[in-house]
Design a binder for this molecule. Structure first.
Ligand SMILES: [Cu+2]
Length: 232
C-alpha cells in the first residue's frame, strides 16, 4: 500500500512539472532543445523554484546556450513545454538588453535591466471554473515582441508561475528559462520600468502568496508580480 502511494505521488510529480527548452518564433520552433535557450538546472528533474528571492529566479540556468535566435520586432513567440502546463497561474515574458561590450552568449542578466512585455490573467466561466491562457497545453501562452523595442541583443525570459499551492508562503512554483536573442527591425521606444532578478519578487507579493479560490470570484483582481508591462 505504501509502495503504491509512493508510485502515485511520483507519477503526479512527473506530470506536474515542466521546462521550456525550445523557443518558437512566428510558428517556427528551434530545431533542438536548449539551442538558443539556456539549459535550466531542472532540465532533468523538472522541479520548479519555490524561493522567488533566490539567484535562480533570474534564469535558473546551468549553462549558456550555443546559438542566438533572430527575432523580428513584432513577432509572435511562445515556448514548447516539455510537459503539459497543467498548473493554474500566469505566464510572463521579460526582456533585458545586453550592455555594450557584453555578449548575449555569456552575459548574466544582472542588475536592474529587465522589463516586462506581457502577462496573463485568468478567465472564469459560469460554473466558477478558472482557467489561464495556455493552461493544459504543451506550450506557453503566446506573446508579441513589441514593435517599438530597439533592435539589438537581448535575453528573453519566460516564466510560468504555478499557483495551486500558493495559499501558503513558499508554495508558488516558478518555471522559467532565458533565451539568447537578437531583435531585428525594432523601434525607438524606451522600455521600462526596469527590475532586477532577484529583487523583482518577494514571497509575500499578492500575486505569489495568493488563494486562487478567492480570485475565482473576481479574476481581474489577480495582481501578477513584478513591474508593470511595457507596451511600447
Ligand atoms: Cu507541478
Amino acid at each position: 500500500m505504501r509502495f503504491l502511494h509512493a508510485l502515485v505521488l511520483a507519477a503526479t510529480a512527473v506530470e506536474a512539472h515542466y521546462t521550456f527548452p525550445r523557443l518558437v518564433i512566428n510558428g517556427k520552433p528551434d530545431t533542438a532543445d536548449w539551442t538558443t535557450t539556456r539549459r535550466t538546472k531542472n532540465a532533468d528533474s523538472k522541479t520548479g523554484i519555490e524561493n522567488p528571492a533566490s539567484a535562480d529566479i533570474r534564469c535558473y540556468q546551468s549553462a549558456n546556450a550555443g546559438s542566438v535566435a533572430t527575432v523580428p520586432a513584432g513577432a509572435t513567440i511562445h515556448y514548447v513545454s516539455s510537459q503539459q502546463v497543467n498548473h493554474p497561474g500566469p505566464t510572463q515574458y521579460y526582456l533585458a538588453r545586453v550592455p555594450a561590450g557584453a555578449s548575449v552568449k555569456t552575459w548574466d542578466g544582472s542588475g536592474a535591466v529587465w522589463f516586462k512585455i506581457s502577462t496573463t490573467k485568468p478567465q472564469v466561466d459560469a460554473q466558477k471554473q478558472m482557467t489561464w491562457p495556455a493552461q493544459n497545453e504543451y506550450k506557453t501562452a503566446n506573446t508579441t515582441i513589441p514593435a517599438a523595442v530597439p533592435a539589438g541583443d537581448y535575453l528573453l525570459r519566460v516564466e510560468h508561475i504555478a499557483l495551486h499551492m500558493a495559499m501558503r508562503s513558499g508554495g508558488a512554483q516558478f518555471y522559467l528559462a532565458c533565451s539568447q536573442i537578437t531583435i531585428t527591425g525594432g523601434g525607438s521606444g524606451s522600455p521600462g520600468p526596469l527590475a532586477a532578478f532577484p529583487g523583482a519578487y518577494k514571497a509575500s507579493d499578492p500575486g505569489i502568496l495568493v488563494d486562487l479560490s478567492k480570485i475565482a470570484s473576481a479574476p481581474d483582481s489577480y495582481q501578477p508580480p513584478g513591474p508593470a508591462v511595457w507596451t511600447g
